[in-house]
Design a protein around this ligand. Structure first.
Ligand SMILES: Nc1nc2c(c(=O)[nH]1)N[C@H]1C(S)=C(S)[C@@H](COP(=O)(O)O)O[C@H]1N2
Ligand SMILES: [Mo]
Length: 217
């Protein structure tokens, strides 16, 4: 009985390790076939000597699956406690100054991915709308109805970017095309994908989709 339990535990742990993307000590040199298959054509896999992971993770856990955004109908809106309401097309967002950052996404499920992101400062977008002095929280709304939030001060201090590119390619649909919040140092559920609205709020205790279901804010 006990032997079977050991074998099952071993198989389970092997499964967990094999389903992780190629970061961490155990997979520094050897990238599994499954991982290398996930690199798309033209995607870079190394930057300044640092190994990058494929942008698209081993599986998708998003609440309604991967969203396909039709860019000609798309607008990024800034709403809530702002002096001017702003609505930007995809092209207009891409005309803002670009920033590149090497950041690791850590999912609460245990996998992580180091990716070279490129995007615009959320602070630059918010500046266009002129946030009210009372605003202290930024709520992200996505096309699948997902929401999550971050403190406004953190977004400004850490120069958090809204990325449109990963590893030098256009952000893939699985990663949130057209835009993902690169919520560095925060768990995966703060990385809103398929972002369509940036809402300025004075509710510092706002709880998004996973936060309402018990994940810490
Ligand atoms: N719009 C939207 N963004 C989202 C999610 C989602 O369901 N919808 N899931 C979040 C979670 S829980 C994680 S870990 C990251 C990466 O999700 P993945 O594990 O499905 O790749 O995206 C985050 N952003
Ligand atoms: Mo997650």
């Amino acid at each position: 009985m006990r032997k079977i339990a050991y074998v099952l535990t071993f198989l389970f742990i092997s499964f967990l390790l094999s389903s992780c993307s190629g970061t961490g000590k155990q997979a520094k040199d050897a990238v599994s076939g499954a991982t290398s298959n996930r690199y798309s054509e033209l995607e870079i896999n190394e930057y300044n000597g640092i190994k990058l992971d494929p942008s698209v993770g081993p599986r998708d856990n998003s609440i309604k699956g991967i969203q396909k955004v039709e860019i000609s109908n798309y607008a990024l809106k800034v709403t809530g406690l702002v002096k001017k309401s702003v609505s930007l097309t995809y092209k207009e967002v891409l005309m803002l100054p670009a920033y590149e950052k090497l950041v690791t996404l850590n999912c609460v499920e245990g996998w992580h991915a180091t990716i070279l992101w490129k995007g615009v400062l959320l602070g630059d977008i918010i500046k266009l709308a002129e946030a009210d002095l009372k605003a202290n929280t930024v709520i992200f709304h996505s096309v699948d109805g997902y929401t999550t939030s971050l403190p406004l001060s953190l977004i400004l201090d850490k120069k958090i970017i809204l990325a449109y590119s990963s590893n030098k390619i256009t952000l893939p649909p699985a990663l949130g095309y057209p835009f993902i919040v690169v919520a560095e140092d925060k768990a995966g559920y703060k990385w809103a994908r398929w972002v369509t609205e940036i809402e300025l709020s004075a509710d510092a205790n706002y709880k998004g989709y996973w936060e309402q279901r018990g994940y810490p804010n």
